[in-house]
Design a protein around this ligand. Structure first.
Ligand code: CAO
Length: 416
């Protein structure tokens, strides 16, 4: 099967998570992704949180599948020369170095554009260019704080809270992938490359769009009726943390199921969709609520929504999270069990769809990873192992026209 991005060569100058998540996605869809890594050490995640001595850590393998690895010291003149050749023959360069690192290496946007005017140069930074924090290095949790996620996540009586989802890292990488594909389509029309930049702060904020909605509503009316603080609690002039409340017009909460006393994940998320009130009452065995003025409308329910949730918990007390969802789904109620990583890893549906995949690796044996969450009718992205450090150095150099002797010489000066 011809893959849509086949023939697109990408210089993957990324490390840790934000950049690698982007280039991994493009590699799944057929791009020839060449990861450029420092000789001897490579991407820092190869060594971080290792579970098997001397084998690449899962942190690396799960973010760098389907790529090639070229070791290259791009601070040495010989390394720079190789990189220049590669730039001349590539379509995209992706990087997520700290601010100014690429410039210091001698590869500013102007220089890259001069070397290959058709190349797209894509960058992730913590903050956007010109921002008053644009000199800062940034990791995931820093971005979650800077992008509005932390101040709006957690419980009102606790501190700002970080989400386990990689809103700053992988999310930014996904934004960058969209930018790169857009620039590639643009290049088809203009023949020119361009610079694509995504900041982690902006990407987090983009996902916190509804919280900016709430800030404006709060400023106008002084309260937010879908938050647990309404109507009994107090609002300040900033969007509060809403615990597990539903973020839209549908109230919801995480509710205890059978076994919650010993199993920290024996919960479901239950949503009270306005028009589903009648089926909810039927499912709960509370037909008398259907026409009761104290329950009939969303406005009437809101002041005692937590009493309603408590009644639902009483109903859930003798049902496991899976049994509960199996009943509620028949009534068309939006809900789900709170699933653990162990349950997800072994979920037969996720295995069948290719969302959870087992990948054979030269040193690790088989490892589990998340495959493409994007499904196509004419493409089944196949996940192959992440490369060993420098596994493809000879192959890439040969493709650039280097002879065996020249490759030997590059090794002698430790440029590769
Ligand atoms: N050969 C020679 N030198 C190399 C090289 C190579 N192949 N690859 C990288 N380097 C050099 C860089 O040129 C840079 O050198 P100088 O600082 O001397 O100019 C140096 O390695 C370190 O780069 P860095 O600043 O990116 O690395 P760091 O570990 O200090 O910071 C991070 C890491 C992630 C905080 C920073 O890269 C960053 O802020 N990136 C942008 C935001 C981002 O993507 N963060 C998400 C990371 S995922 O959690």
């Amino acid at each position: 099967m011809t893959k849509p991005l086949e023939g697109i060569r990408i210089i993957d100058f990324t490390h840790v998570q934000a950049g690698p998540a982007c280039t991994q996605l493009l590699a799944w869809f057929g791009a020839d992704v060449i990861k450029v890594e420092r000789p001897g050490s490579g991407d820092v995640t190869r060594n971080q949180l290792r579970d098997i001595p001397d084998a690449d850590a899962l942190y690396f393998t799960m973010l760098n599948s389907n790529k090639k690895s070229l070791t290259l010291d791009t601070k040495k003149p010989e390394g720079k020369e190789v990189l220049e050749k590669l730039i001349r023959e590539s379509d995209v360069l992706v990087e997520n170095f700290g601010p100014g690192a690429l410039d210091r290496m001698g590869f500013s946007w102007e220089r890259l554009n001069e070397l290959n005017p058709k190349m797209i140069v894509a960058s992730v930074k913590g903050f956007s260019d010109g921002h008053h924090y644009d000199d800062l290095k940034v990791y995931e949790n820093v971005a979650q704080c800077a992008g509005g996620a932390a101040s709006t996540t957690g419980f009102w009586d606790g501190p700002p809270t970080i989400s386990a989802a990689a809103l700053g890292d992988s999310n930014t990488g996904m934004h960058l992938a969209i930018g790169i594909l857009t620039a590639l389509l643009g290049r088809d029309k203009t023949g020119k490359g361009q610079k694509v930049a995504v900041s982690m702060q902006d990407s987090v904020l983009n996902l916190c769009r509804v919280k900016l909605r709430d800030q404006q509503r709060l400023e106008r009316v002084g309260y937010l009726e879908e938050y647990p603080q309404y109507p009994h609690g107090e609002f300040s002039d900033v969007v509060p943390r809403g615990g597990n409340a539903g973020g839209g017009g549908q109230p919801g909460w995480v509710l205890k199921c059978k076994g919650w006393e010993t199993d920290p994940n024996a919960y479901i998320y239950f949503t009270i969709q306005g028009h589903a009130w009648e089926p909810i009452c039927k499912a709960l065995g509370k037909p008398e609520w259907i026409d009761d003025p104290a329950y009939k409308t969303a406005e009437a329910r809101q002041p005692h929504i937590f009493d309603i949730f408590q009644t639902i918990e009483t109903w859930l007390a003798d049902k496991t999270k899976f049994e509960a969802v199996d009943i509620l789904r028949k009534f068309d109620i939006p809900c789900a069990p709170v699933l653990t990583m162990k349950e997800l890893a072994n979920d037969p549906s996720l295995r069948a769809s290719g969302t959870i995949v087992e990948v054979p690796h030269k040193k690790r044996g088989t490892y589990l990873t998340v495959g493409s969450p994007i499904k196509f009718s004419d493409l089944k992205p196949e996940v192959t192992a992440s490369p060993l450090l420098g596994e493809h150095t000879d192959e890439v150099l040969a493709s650039l026209g280097y002879s065996q002797q020249q490759i030997f010489n590059l090794r002698e000066v430790k440029a590769v």
